[in-house]
Write a protein that binds this ligand. Structure first.
Ligand code: CU
Length: 135
């Protein structure tokens, strides 16, 4: 059970990664995790995590599509959904409904390349994925 003290600590050391998902499926840090078929290059990570830090991803879906948002290799805590604060809900996928907002927190506790993406294959094909690494 997450106590009050836990929530206060989060507020002190949260980093926000803001993402807005639009109908054209372009996201601000559009990246692919594997090789670019045209160049053979591997895309660099878009966000650099420090081990032990707690991060917040604040998301707004600016489309009417549902996006099942998945973070690999970590569990996250759903801390807000549609403006309502929540606590103690640990997941690795959250369904972000049309025009819905959500916030998730996770602790960078598993060093290595980490994929963050929408789980709809078509959306991934259009670049709705990005890579985190540890520095
Ligand atoms: Cu999607």
């Amino acid at each position: 059970m997450l106590g009050r003290g836990h929530i206060e600590r989060v507020a002190e050391r949260v980093w926000e990664i803001r993402k807005t998902f639009r109908n054209d499926m372009r996201v601000p840090a559009r990246l692919y995790a594997d090789e670019d078929p045209m160049t053979g290059e591997v895309a660099p990570a878009s966000f650099h995590l420090k081990e032990g830090k707690r991060y917040r991803i604040r998301m707004h879906n600016a489309s009417d599509d549902i996006h099942p948002i998945h973070l690999h290799r970590h569990s996250f805590e759903l801390t807000k959904i549609s403006g309502r604060a929540t606590a103690g809900i640990l997941k690795d996928v959250v369904m972000l409904g049309g025009y819905q907002d959500a916030e998730i927190d996770f602790v960078a506790d598993n060093p290595g390349l980490t994929l963050f993406h929408c789980h709809q294959q078509l959306h991934m094909d259009f670049g709705f994925m990005t890579l985190f690494d540890y520095v």
